[in-house]
Write a protein that binds this ligand. Structure first.
Ligand code: ARG
Length: 407
């Protein structure tokens, strides 16, 4: 099969999924730059990698093919011409101060085998890695004295593969990230979907050079007709409107439900507070239910968008658009203010459905996991001592490429 992406639900049996196993980029975190790099703490990478392997194994055991971003990118970059183009683009966007430095970095990187080069690019390049820049420019000299420890910043958020692009139907949105820190992450997906023999030519509903921020954590495929997209700290209403114009009426998609959620660190994406776990069941963080505003977006016959503020309760709106007699909202932390707040912070509501009614969750969120079980959901737990420090759970750490269709 060419154009191998196919996702028409959040819950259909997961067949192929993309991950990135975190590594040296996490060792390049220091307290001084944590906030800008969107971390709250520094994970112990050895343990994080063990946890990540358990995650991947559980996915495989449950029927999914696991692909790694760095393998796909390395395969693409084995072609010398594409490698040169990639390095040029990546380093330009890495805010490198001078032509001389750019040349030095490219020479340095090209000394590595392709796979190691890709890992080096992800981990960031410390100034100490490169003993000497030839023909330094004035900017290079001034920078050197200012002691910033990196020539290229690390990409510690890359293990949250959910965000840089999102699979919708037989296409993807290649996202424009809301922060500079994460924007280079989308270059990897660009090269995979432009050049990888298995994935090239996949249709793009949105592209990384567009103006308005859109992140995958906000994009949910509720059914082959309905998408949910968060208006959040990371995704703008303007981006949603652009996506709506391109997706609605194409393939089978008819409605986008735009969830306006509070703009806060803990709730950065819609999937930190709302995920789908079965045909008619969803997790929800009680902290957003009060302030939540919902808009439905549909395409009129004359090809203009019709946008409506929805006044009813969330469950009524979901039943209406998903054609269900009723829906079950399962509250994070069992609905308790403290348990919900604590567990949502470590991604208690961020479940990854492997198939209808079967989800992967962090073990630390035991109150929420119990609530899911009480509601008939099968919960598979994974260890979460260290991975959770990056503020993302199983859904954030995975990007489905293929899911089986629901009947
Ligand atoms: N889909 C998600 N909820 N992703 C979580 C991303 C966490 C990451 N540290 C960030 O702030 O960007």
């Amino acid at each position: 099969m060419k154009n191998e992406v196919h996702v028409y639900s959040e819950i259909g049996q997961l067949k192929t999924v993309l991950l990135h196993k975190p590594y040296h980029e996490i060792e390049n975190l220091v307290p001084e730059y944590l906030e800008r790099l969107l971390f709250d703490d520094i994970a112990y990478i050895k343990q994080a990698r063990i946890e990540h392997d358990v995650f991947a194994d559980l996915l495989r055991k449950n029927g999914a093919e696991v692909l790694y971003l760095s393998d796909l990118v390395s395969e693409v970059l084995e072609n010398e011409e594409i490698k040169n183009k990639f390095l040029d683009e990546f380093i330009d966007e890495g805010n490198v101060s001078s032509v001389q430095l750019k040349k030095t970095l490219i020479e340095y990187l090209k000394n590595f085998e392709t796979k190691d080069m890709v890992e080096k690019i992800i981990s960031g390049i410390r100034t100490k890695d490169i003993p000497e820049i030839k023909n330094k420019s004035l900017v290079d000299m001034v920078n050197e004295r200012e002691d910033y420890p990196f020539y290229l910043d690390p990409l510690p958020n890359l293990y949250f593969q959910r965000d840089p692009f999102a699979t919708i139907g037989s296409g993807i949105t290649l996202n424009r990230m809301s922060t500079i820190t994460r924007n280079r992450e989308t270059i990897f997906a660009k090269y995979i979907f432009d050049y990888h023999s298995r994935f090239k030519g996949v249709h793009k509903w949105y592209d990384r050079n567009e103006k308005y921020a859109l992140e995958g954590g906000d994009e949910l495929v509720l059914s082959n007709k309905v998408l949910a997209i968060g208006i959040s700290q990371r995704t703008t209403a303007k981006a949603i409107q652009s996506v709506a114009k391109r997706i609605l009426g194409k393939e089978s998609f008819e409605t986008i439900l735009a969830f306006n959620i509070p703009k806060a660190r803990a709730y950065m994406h819609l999937d930190t507070v709302f995920t789908m776990v079965d045909h008619d069941s969803f997790t929800i963080h009680p902290g957003i239910e009060g302030p939540l505003e919902l808009y439905s977006i549909r395409m009129d016959k004359d090809n203009s968008l019709s946008i409506k503020f929805e006044k009813e309760e969330l469950s009524t709106i979901l039943s209406k658009y998903l054609d269900l007699p009723s829906v079950n909202l399962i509250r994070c932390g069992g609905g308790d203010f403290i348990d919900a707040g604590r567990e949502q912070w470590s991604d208690g509501s961020n479940t990854l459905a492997i198939s209808p009614g079967k989800v992967l969750c962090y073990d630390r969120n035991y109150v929420t996991n119990e609530a899911l079980r009480k509601n008939g959901i099968e919960v598979i737990e994974m260890p979460s001592y260290e991975l959770s420090r990056g503020r993302g759970g199983p859904r954030c750490m995975s990007m489905p490429l293929v899911r089986e269709d629901l009947n």
